[in-house]
Design a protein around this ligand. Structure first.
Ligand code: ADP
Length: 818
């Protein structure tokens, strides 16, 4: 389908034609025929790099042209930034793009000025809870990576927001984008969408196994399409020749699959029998002008492999490449001086890099952009990289096809995950083909790996909404925003989820049991109340909160209208459910109701003892909230954690009995995490924390960010309860956790542009507060934090920067030197 025949304006067509996109790929044409540009819902399940984003863009631009607004929902924050950068290019078309990544308890109304808003599913959930007004003007929603409904962490939220958005505006167009999954049709049915499925790829993909010096691969037809493809006459195709450095002989040949008569291209590459096959495979790719992605099962292995491959890669680089890499390495070291940063910079200097969630956001960004620009030749990574990020490479090597599972030891990775990794192979328009390589340890594994991964269809995706802890928070928010006002309506709401669609009738019983349980919890903890209508028509409440709290306060008219249109079916359904003020707050704070009760119970308990909780006590309380992820206990931790507990018993608000080993073990994990946070707010360096707890900078940031969010929630809950002292101590703690700083820096941290390091420098130089800074002289401050930051700080505190003074001081210095 040529671009100039699309049903969009000339302006849009010109935009794409100028960027070199003149006709659609076959699966893209299929999506257009399925109604993508006719306001129809479309579920698109096609391989990586086959142009899903372009389809999303066309649907969004078309909708915006007709006066609408687009919401692009992604699973990860890194992906949100990637898409935001890309869509910002639409400014040429007068289309404004915004990104919503801020705090999870804000309505971000200012973003309503944009035509496209990019956000994560969690952020969209929180925007709905905060009743953001512009949500009602959304005309098209893009659900990127919708197969993540299968994820136990993220899936339930994704399902719920889809259900809510559809209720808010049933005419909203939904475009769902997914990797190839077995049951995409089921998702399409749920979304009332046309279904587009294809195995087409812009670049040829060889999938194969390496064993004992040889890589054997073939171009694999997608397993799910096999049934549909008519039998073709057998033909023999010539395959390309491969240039490999260490190969002793070359024997590439072509062939076909005799079993089902499908045409397949087969190739063999002799790499040679070498002790480290993966390093040779990497060298082979780079010497042929390509790049490599290597997938490992753990962070340690990812780092280890990058180190191992570094010197071989270095030997293949030219002087200009080496110089570019040294600049990137310097940039990494300028950003951080931790041991991890030093190792990463050293690998990058050699053309190699590693990538995992422990890296800081800046480090990840440098690695990703340098790889995309072809400067870094190889990334060895944990499987997280396979999910979503657009980082293709000519050859993908899957060194470990097993992953550690705490319940069942080493387990094979899902086929879907293998397909996502393999699908990264082959950069469209840049590589003539892509190759994915599974490494077999023994001869028998070759066939097993071929059957298990290469020829196997990807798994079905399954809803993970059934768990009580997942449903609890969504039951509260559904009531709080007026999507349901009775038990019957709640059940009706949950019947709109993929869980119910997939499980059919069976789900109704399961759901009503879980919903009842969750409601009982919410009523017992005064977050919701149930008013029953008496015979005379007056109402009585089953919660102890004051009746002024009653009534849904939703500005979501559609939801209100919908809820009112339901007929009550008797039983408990004539009782009206309403959030209490506490329930509304908890829903808006975007925390698990169980986190709210844990935090409030802790505060109440410490108040009943009559003493203010210590910082370590509060940190432990924050770690007790189920929203907080905890550090694992390693065998070397038991001794010191137990000692720490013994030395600090009086600080903890509650200590479980050692007679309950499971509970005590959990408690120790909470304490270990609290100690990490304590180090962070005591200004211990990131490097020292990394070494002490065996974590990366990215992990420290994640822990401190979540803890800061919990401290904020706790402080807001205390505010509601009128606990003034606790509000102050918890909001101070929130700021300290956010920046990783001691209490004496609090005043400086409130000034924008000042972080833990700069605040400490200023403080030690005597500038301990805003007042004191306002009396400072510009040259001294610039000397401490650099002229750029000094200028920003001065503007923040209402002072005029004096760059001239700085210049004249410099020239004085220059003269005195000469
Ligand atoms: P996906 O989201 O499916 O992984 P993308 O949308 O990122 O794939 O597309 C991969 C690459 O292919 C991008 O660089 C994109 O610009 C390019 N592309 C997409 N559609 C076309 C097309 N019809 N013609 C040429 N290039 C295209």
């Amino acid at each position: 389908c040529p671009v100039n025949e699309l049903a969009v304006s000339e302006k849009i067509k010109d935009f794409y034609i100028r960027s070199g996109i003149t006709s659609l790929y076959p699966p893209q044409s299929k999506a257009v025929f399925a109604g993508l540009l006719d306001n129809k819902n479309v579920m698109i399940s096609i391989p990586t790099a086959s142009g899903k984003t372009l389809l999303a863009e066309l649907a969004m631009l078309k909708s915006i042209e007709s006066g609408g607004k687009a919401l692009y929902i992604v699973p990860l924050r890194a992906l949100a930034s990637e898409k935001f950068r890309r869509f910002s290019g639409f400014s040429e078309l007068d289309v404004k793009t915004g990104i919503s990544t801020g705090d999870l308890d804000a309505a971000d109304e200012y973003l309503g000025a944009n035509d496209i808003i990019v956000a994560t599913s969690e952020k969209v959930d929180s925007l709905i809870r905060n009743e953001t007004r512009w949500l009602q003007h959304i005309s098209v929603v893009i659900l990127d990576e919708v197969h993540l409904i299968n994820s136990p962490d993220r899936g339930p939220t994704l399902e719920i927001i889809i259900t809510k958005l559809r209720r808010m505006n049933p005419d909203m167009q939904m475009i769902a984008l997914s990797a190839t999954i077995q049951n995409s049709e089921e998702v399409a049915e749920w979304l009332n969408a046309s279904h587009v499925v294809s195995g087409w790829r812009p670049t040829k993909l060889y999938e194969g196994v390496y064993y004992d010096g040889v890589y054997k691969a073939k171009v694999q037809k997608p397993a799910f399409d096999l049934k549909k493809i008519a039998k073709k006459p057998k033909t023999v195709k010539k395959s390309e020749k491969e240039a490999g450095k260490e190969k002793p002989e070359e024997n590439t040949h072509s062939g076909f699959d005799s079993e089902n008569g499908l045409e397949k291209e087969i190739k063999q590459i002799y790499i040679g029998k070498v002790p480290e096959a993966a390093v040779s495979l990497v060298a082979d790719t780079i010497s042929g002008g390509g790049q490599c992605l290597v997938f490992e099962s753990s962070r340690k292995n990812a780092v280890g492999f990058a180190k191992k491959a570094a010197s071989v890669i270095f030997s293949l680089l030219n002087p200009a490449e080496k110089e570019t890499l040294s600049k990137i390495a310097t940039e990494i070291l300028e950003g951080s001086d931790t041991d991890v940063a030093v190792v990463l910079a050293n690998c990058v200097l050699h053309g190699a890099a590693f990538h995992h969630a422990g890296l800081s956001a800046e480090q990840r960004e440098i690695v990703e952009t340098s790889f995309l620009a072809g400067k870094i030749k190889m990334i060895s990574s944990t499987p997280t990289l396979a999910a979503g990020l657009n980082l293709p490479a000519r050859r993908v090597i899957i060194r470990s096809w097993r992953r550690y599972d705490s319940d069942s030891g080493m387990q094979p990775i899902p086929v879907m995950e293998y397909k996502q990794m393999a699908g990264r192979a082959g950069r469209p328009h840049l590589d003539p083909y892509g190759e994915s390589v599974l490494i077999a340890a023994k001869e028998d594994d070759v066939e097993m790996l071929t059957e298990k991964f290469i020829e196997a269809p990807p798994e079905n995706i399954e809803s993970k909404l059934g768990a009580e802890n997942m449903i609890r928070t969504h039951v509260l928010s559904t009531i709080a925003n007026g999507f349901a006002n009775t038990r019957e309506e709640l059940l009706e709401f949950f019947k709109g989820t993929f869980f119910a669609h997939q499980r059919g009738l069976m789900s109704t019983i399961a759901l009503s049991t879980i919903i009842d349980k969750c409601l009982d919890f919410l009523i017992e903890n005064e977050m919701s109340q149930e008013k029953r209508k008496n015979i005379n028509g007056s109402e009585s409440s089953s919660s102890s909160s004051s009746s002024s709290d009653l009534g849904p306060q939703s500005p979501f008219q559609t939801a209100d209208k919908l809820s009112k249109s339901y007929t009550n079916l008797g039983g408990r359904s004539d009782a009206v459910l309403a959030p209490t003020t506490l329930g509304t707050l908890v829903s808006k704070l975007y925390i698990d109701p169980l986190s709210a009760t844990t935090l409030l119970d802790g505060i109440l308990k410490s108040k009943s003892c009559g003493k203010e909780p210590s910082v370590i006590g509060l940190l432990h309380l924050v770690c007790k909230a189920p929203d907080m992820k905890l550090l694992y206990m390693k065998s070397s931790d038991y001794e010191w954690v137990q000692e720490f507990i013994a030395d600090n018993t009086e600080h903890f608000i509650s200590v479980p009995k050692t007679t309950n080993p499971a509970e005590y073990e959990w408690f120790m994990g909470e304490v270990k995490t609290a100690v990490l946070l304590y180090r962070w707010i005591s200004e211990v360096s990131e490097n020292d924390i990394s070494k002490e707890f065996d974590v990366g900078e990215g992990d420290i940031r994640n822990f401190s960010e979540t803890a800061s969010w919990m401290a904020n929630a706790a402080s807001r809950l205390c505010q509601l309860c009128g606990f003034k002292e606790e509000v102050v101590s918890l909001s101070d703690l929130e700021l300290r956790l956010q920046y990783g700083a001691s209490v004496d820096l609090l005043s400086l941290l409130k000034i924008r542009g000042i972080g833990r390091i700069r605040a400490r420098k200023l403080y030690n130089a005597g500038f301990k507060s805003k007042d004191r800074l306002q009396k400072s002289d510009y040259v001294t401050v610039a000397g401490l934090v650099g002229p750029k930051v000094a200028e920003q700080i001065y503007k923040e505190i209402g002072m005029t920067p004096d760059p001239e003074a700085l210049k004249s001081q410099k020239s004085r210095k220059g003269r005195s030197k000469s």
